[in-house]
Design a protein around this ligand. Structure first.
Ligand code: 13P
Ligand code: ZN
Length: 269
């Protein structure tokens, strides 16, 4: 079957990276059923032939207006599609969409009319924010890591930066590779524009945020970077839980040692 990826190695590689990460999410146990979603901004690698492709769907409303997305293109996981299937057959479980000139609707253009994720308002709002703020980030990831979600069921961890410091202090890598910490977004209805707006607000300070009692949302230069940050935070959560399981409260890296890491790695916070 013909695919938009044919003879487009750069685009094909980006979709292959999404598929690879989708496989990791399943292996991690973070992707029950259709849990989680991925979108990547592929506008940079779109050629004139793609620009002239006929839509394969009617226009669909996003539910919000996103002025920076006019004419942008995204590869999106399909709603109700499984990560484990996206891993093997990305173009059957995801699609390429074009944002229309009204900045509030999209059409699907390839390969199949697979309706994008129900979290599209959040994903596209994040991409809109990133473009508007001059960021080079192209990827957005939402997933359901068991350990990090469990922690949001304790009100004590919902206090601003409580989890950031706890998780940073479990292993130096988390301090270094998730340097903007972990934002917290109080519970909101999944898929809602309200959730999208709350998520975008936090991106000014964080690359990774928790959706209370639901999941995590990360943005990054590319999908591997976004995955790595969540993986690193989850590793820290595992260390914390393992220590607790052995019956003691982990000591945690001291603030002094964390400050030294900040200076050594030239970290933003
Ligand atoms: P989708 O299948 O629509 O992507 O939804 C999965 C999910 O995790 C919703 O929050
Ligand atoms: Zn979810």
């Amino acid at each position: 079957m013909k695919s938009i990826l044919d003879n487009r190695p750069v685009l094909a590689k980006q979709v292959a990276d999404v598929a690879e990460v989708a496989g990791y999410l399943w292996q991690k146990g973070w992707a029950e059923r259709n849990g989680g979603n991925i979108t990547i901004n592929i506008t940079d690698v779109i050629d004139d032939e793609i620009r002239n492709m006929k839509p394969i769907s009617e226009p669909v409303s996003i539910g919000t207006t996103l002025p920076h997305l006019k004419g942008c293109y995204f590869f999106c996981k399909g709603t109700n599609k499984r990560m484990r299937d996206l891993a093997r057959w990305p173009m059957e479980n995801g699609s390429v969409i074009r944002i229309l000139d009204d900045c509030s609707s999209y059409v699907m253009i390839a390969d199949n009319p697979v309706k994008p994720t129900s979290e599209l308002p959040s994903h596209l709002s994040m991409h809109n924010y990133l473009i508007g703020s001059g960021s080079s980030y192209k990827a957005a990831l939402h997933t359901h890591p068991i350990d990090l979600i469990a922690m949001t069921h304790n009100p004590a961890y919902l206090e601003k930066d409580k989890l950031t410091y706890l998780l940073w202090s479990m292993i130096p890598e988390t301090r270094a590779f998730c340097p903007r910490g972990l934002g917290i977004i109080p519970y909101k209805m999944p898929s809602s524009v309200e959730l999208a707006e709350a998520t975008v607000k936090e991106l000014a300070d964080y690359d990774v945020v928790m959706w209370e009692k639901h999941g995590v949302c990360a943005v990054g230069e590319n999908i591997m970077e976004a995955f790595d940050m969540v993986d690193t935070l989850s590793k820290s959560a595992q260390i914390y839980l393992t220590a607790k399981g052995m019956g003691f409260e982990p000591t945690g890296t001291s603030m002094e040692d964390m400050q030294a890491l900040k200076e050594a790695f030239n970290l933003p916070k």
